[in-house]
Design a protein. Sequence first.
Lengths: 113, 157
Amino acid sequence: MANALLRDSLLVSNLEIVPGRRVRTHLGLVQGSTVRSKHVGRDLLAGLKNIVGGELKGYTELMQEAREEATQRMMAQATSIGANAVLNVRYQATSITMGAAEILAYGTAVVLE
Amino acid sequence: MESIQWLIFLALLALGYFVGRWNERAHFKSIREREAKYAKVLAFAVRYPPDVVTPQECRLVSGSVVISSDYFKQCVAGLRTLGGGRLSSYESLLDRARREATLRMKEQAQRFGSTLIVNVKVETTTVSGGARKGLPAMEVMAYGTALKSAAPRAPAP
């Protein structure tokens, strides 16, 4: 619920400009990141799935959850410094060790008119 | 003892070949169907939105998929790297993943009510998959900004 409210009040986009609106203040870089890993059961299932190939749904979910979390953290940071939009958002994913990945979301916090 | 190992290897190979092939075919079929369905949602890699007169509402949309190769493909690719050249078994794997990710992004855009996505970026990461090391599992993510016309404003007095 709180997430939905946050999302409504804050505009997140990977464009550098917002059509029809002007940037009033530029607040600098904001970022959010998270490191996630899978539990063993899912890992084993993924190992089995590797024999026949195809989508590893558990991992897809993991990455999506992690990305959502990273975005939320970035948005929280943007809200705390008084921004109402984050522009030019980018995502980056790095695998750290086996079964663990870091997801980073970063962008420019701005105040739109 | 050795013959049992060979048997397991061959069984995995056969399983990978038949089930993997069937999976891939089914996936490509579903991709083609959905590509036709979402043909109206346009995705561009341009950095700036087209000049539009109406104010736009925008939202970040994304789609991602983690995909892994089957045992047969791994073995073929392993042999192939000895001589070098195209690893077509992995090419089709990544093609599937990219198209799937793009489709999921388009699906999200359509749910938002948009038919235009700009500044699309596609990113690929290796997910070190599973209990055994070195299993090729790739994550592909596509993201961009979906635009739609905002509700018409009251005309200025």
